[in-house]
Design a protein around this ligand. Structure first.
Ligand SMILES: Nc1ncnc2c1ncn2[C@@H]1O[C@H](COP(=O)(O)OP(=O)(O)OP(=O)(O)O)[C@@H](O)[C@H]1O
Ligand SMILES: [Mg+2]
Length: 429
């Protein structure tokens, strides 16, 4: 704050004695103050304050009609704290009682007549400097409050945008999870239908197969299993909005048996797609330890892996299904001698809708495998090198080693066979 600013101050002098106000005005003028107003009728004090808006009031105490004390009290009761104008009381009564009363009534400072000129000048200057500093702080405070209000409203609007975006994201994720799950259902249901159509066609077109009761019964059993598996696949749509019930509790299963059933179901695909190929099937089934699971889902897993192995074998090749036991686990492997995967495909093969087969593939097979194995508390390993074939290895806990929490308690979202690949323990090499 500059000296010039202080000298710009408006000073109101209230004193019933005209000569006192004249003398004071002359003195103030001499020391550089020019915006002055003298008031000899104290009854008009508040009217003049409203119009003149003083930065300092010089107030006499002993005045007729309204005394200086009354003015002080009125000022104090009428003004908000931030509108307070400093009041320098000028009094001829040097008694301490008079000083105490004036200060108690709200006087900012007090001088007893006759005054020392330089003391008056210093006190006025100090009071004005403090007053202007207080005004400056008040302005800064208003500015800060305004900024805080602005920032708060900006933050509130950003928060509401964020909430809206979050709601949209959740909606979008639900829709896309539903889309993936529905795609998976279509994918696996088509696989089941393919087995039903393939084996029933063989029965229709092949009188020999019909005549041989054992063969006909075997085909009918496969058709029946595929039909049941298809029904199970469709029930996944229901799982999306309704958690699994007691009927879906796991049962003890023999993976070697599931493996044989899966080969039978998958062989139709081989005859459809691989008519010009020479693909052999081999089994090395060493495990009979029970695992806890859902048979239809594990057949889906193995038929998907066999389909992939068939697709990866362009000419001659061998597909091997192995089961074995290893400390508390049952391992099932599907190996092929096919084209194998490069690092990029190996990285991405579990992503829903990732396929290298163009229109021939949906890219949902391994994603389904993935979700099912996760629900069975298993792990998945993929070993594959270009030109060296592929082995997909699944480890499932032997039923005595299963954790207590079974999937019936899992939410419908987690039950969706499409899972986020990053959530499953997968080892790839
Ligand atoms: N045994 C395998 N050998 C070589 N590549 C494989 C093998 N299994 C999977 N892949 C690769 O992983 C990709 C994804 O497989 P996934 O089963 O998810 O879908 P898809 O087989 O392409 O389509 P769909 O399952 O609908 O037929 C395949 O497109 C293929 O490139
Ligand atoms: Mg596939």
């Amino acid at each position: 704050m500059t000296e010039a600013t202080i000298k710009e101050a408006r000073i109101l002098m209230v004193d019933d004695d005209v000569s006192s106000t004249c003398l004071m005005a002359n003195f103030l003028n001499r020391i550089g103050y020019s915006r002055l107003k003298g008031l000899n009728d104290s009854t008009r004090t508040f009217e003049i304050i409203e119009t003149f808006r003083p930065d300092l009031i010089l107030l006499d105490l002993a005045m007729p009609n309204i005394t200086g004390f009354q003015v002080l009290e009125e000022l104090r009761s009428n003004r908000r704290n931030e509108d307070q104008v400093p009041v320098l009381v000028l009094t001829g009564d040097p008694s301490s009682e008079n000083k105490r009363r004036a200060l108690a009534a709200g006087a900012t400072d007090l001088l007893v007549k006759p005054f020392d000129a330089s003391e008056v000048s210093m006190r006025i200057r100090n009071l004005l400097q403090a007053h202007f500093l207080r005004l400056e702080i008040q302005d800064q405070n208003h500015l800060l409050e305004e900024r805080v209000r602005e920032r708060t409203s900006e933050l509130e609007s950003a928060l509401s945008d964020l909430n809206a975006a979050q709601r949209m994201l959740v909606q979008h994720e639900r829709l896309s999870a539903f889309g993936e799950m529905a795609g998976g259902v279509v994918h696996d249901f088509s696989n089941a239908l393919m087995s039903i159509i393939g084996y029933s066609e063989m029965l229709i077109t092949n009188p020999g197969a019909r005549a041989n009761e054992a063969t006909a019964l075997e085909y009918l059993r496969i058709i029946n299993t595929a039909g049941r598996d298809g029904a199970h696949v469709v029930s996944r749509l229901r799982d999306f909005y309704r958690p699994r019930g007691a009927a879906d509790l796991f049962e003890p299963l023999d993976l070697s048996e599931i493996g044989l059933q899966s080969i039978a179901l998958a062989q139709v695909r081989c005859s459809n797609r691989a008519s010009d190929r020479n693909i052999g099937f081999e089994t090395e089934l060493e495990s009979s330890a029970p695992i806890a699971g859902i048979a239809a889902e594990l057949r889906e897993v193995l038929t998907n892996l066999i389909f992939n192995a068939v697709d990866a074998t362009p000419g001659q090749g061998l597909i091997t299904l192995r089961t074995r036991e290893q400390t508390g686990e049952v391992i099932v492997e599907v190996s092929d001698t096919g084209s194998g995967m490069n690092a990029d495909v190996r990285q991405r093969c579990l992503e829903p809708f990732f396929t290298t087969k163009g229109d021939q593939g949906t890219g949902l097979g391994l994603a389904m495998v993935f979700g099912i194995i996760k629900r069975h508390q298993g792990t998945l390993e993929i070993e594959s090198e270009p030109g060296q074939g592929t082995t997909v290895r699944i480890r499932l806990p032997a039923s005595t080693h299963l954790q207590e929490s079974q999937p019936s308690a899992v939410s419908s979202f987690e039950n969706s066979a499409i899972a986020n690949p990053s959530q499953l323990a997968v080892c790839m090499s």
